[in-house]
Design a protein around this ligand. Structure first.
Ligand SMILES: Cc1ncc(COP(=O)(O)O)c(C=O)c1O
Length: 408
């Protein structure tokens, strides 16, 4: 087997399962899970109807590039949402089966193994960035995101000799697990560095539609390009998804958009990879990208939950005010996120994810990193995914607060 498989780290949920294995939660309390980022809100109904209406199309092979009507719907949505004067549906957009698949495949297609191949990524981070890098024969380079830098990568802390080896930089905005949003000027600074050092920027924006202030949608990488007059989106690629926006994580539908040259190579890779989107899924996706009312309603539901949970937890935990995503990233009283997670389950039957499981300490990599003091920047925090229905989410927050107050 491919020896690079041995380099993969255990996935956070594997580690969580091992942590919980010998814990017996109280029998009288129903379990509430805030662990997995799987939305529990109702999927967009019109998308499910389109899936049903077009089910006969499961009898046909789909094309890698997707149907022109889907690419048009995506391009139209992205142009409007990110104030783009142009985004060509044929050359600058490609449908994918969710961002996870695409983020992984993109690194396999893009990394040049004949020269040093560092891939920079936020730390803590969505684990696919690292796994994709290791399996493509690359080397992760971690950009620590801590309270000191507003939970955003400090790209100016990366030394020039590292930049020379970096081929891809991942951004995640809004961030998982921190909820931090990259401002337009920071996207633009990274674009400047990409031109100077010749790397690609892969901006994972799958949480872009879950923002709390209705008047301030998070900016995106293509928007930053457009504001610079960079309408060819050179070196830039964004990743979007219907999983969170439309509560359709099982549909497996998203898109990549940006630099036409990169998209052409990626499409070629995907022809062999064999991951075209099923035609009924394409119809469902057209319905979802063409409607905003259900997305606004989705945001309203998250806003209510954030308000309720913030009111309950603010007196006992410190956390950054979330701008977007559906995560809360509180500091653990006492600082031991792993021990706290176990005890919380044992006493309150609430499942959370230790922040350290999503980050890497410097000792793990030995490859150097930017903006670090060597610690795991996820340590001492929890990731709470506010995906359950409102009553269960508030109940989980109350149990969390009771648990902390009893320990104090
Ligand atoms: C940061 C981030 N990127 C990508 C994904 C993958 O989402 P999907 O493949 O459903 O689009 C997730 C899922 O939780 C995520 O948190």
């Amino acid at each position: 087997m491919n020896p690079d498989l041995d380099a993969l780290k255990p996935y956070p949920f594997e580690r969580l399962a091992a942590l919980k294995a010998d814990v017996t939660p109280p029998a009288g309390l129903a379990p509430i899970s805030l662990t997995i980022g799987e939305p529990q809100h109702a999927p967009y109904a019109a998308a499910l109807e389109a899936l049903q209406a077009h089910r006969a199309d499961f009898a046909r092979y789909p094309a890698t590039a997707g149907d022109p009507a889907l690419r048009q719907a995506i391009a139209g949505w992205a142009r409007q949402r990110f104030h783009l004067s142009g985004l060509d549906a044929d050359t600058q957009v490609l449908p994918v089966n969710g961002t996870r698949e695409a983020l992984f495949a993109f690194v396999q297609a893009a990394l040049d193994r004949t020269r040093p191949a560092k891939v920079a990524m936020p730390n803590p981070f969505y684990q696919i960035y690292e796994g994709a890098t290791l399996l493509a024969g690359g080397e992760p380079y971690y950009l620590d995101c801590s309270a000191e830098n507003g939970f955003r990568p400090d790209v100016d802390a990366v030394p020039a000799d590292v930049w020379r080896q970096v081929q891809i930089v991942f951004l995640c905005s809004p961030g998982n697990p921190t909820g931090a949003v990259t401002p337009l000027a920071e996207f633009q600074r990274l674009i400047e560095l990409a031109d100077e050092h010749d790397f690609l920027i892969a901006s994972d924006e799958c949480y872009s539609e879950l923002y709390l202030d209705e008047a301030s949608p998070p900016p995106g990488l293509l928007e930053a390009c457009a504001a610079l007059g960079r309408h060819d989106y050179r070196r830039c690629l964004v990743f979007h998804s219907l999983s969170k926006r439309s509560n359709l994580p099982g549909l497996r539908s998203g898109f990549v958009a940006g630099d036409a040259g990169v998209i052409a190579s990626f499409r070629r890779y995907r022809t062999y990879h064999g991951c075209a989107m099923a035609l009924p899924v394409q119809h469902a996706s057209i319905a979802a990208w063409s409607d905003e009312a259900h997305v606004r309603a989705n945001r309203d539901a998250y806003r209510e939950k954030f308000d309720a949970v913030t009111r309950i937890l603010a007196p006992v935990m410190a956390f950054p005010t979330p701008e977007a995503s559906f995560y809360l990233w509180p500091a653990v009283p006492g600082g031991d996120d792993v021990g706290f997670t176990r005890e919380l389950l044992r006493h309150a039957n609430v499942g959370v994810l230790p922040g350290s499981y999503m980050g890497r300490p410097a000792a793990d990599d030995g490859m150097g990193r930017a903006g670090t003091n060597g610690a795991n920047p996820g340590s001492g925090r929890l990731r709470l995914a506010l995906v359950a229905e409102p009553r269960a989410t508030a109940e989980a927050a109350r149990r969390l607060r009771d648990f902390i107050e009893r320990r104090l």
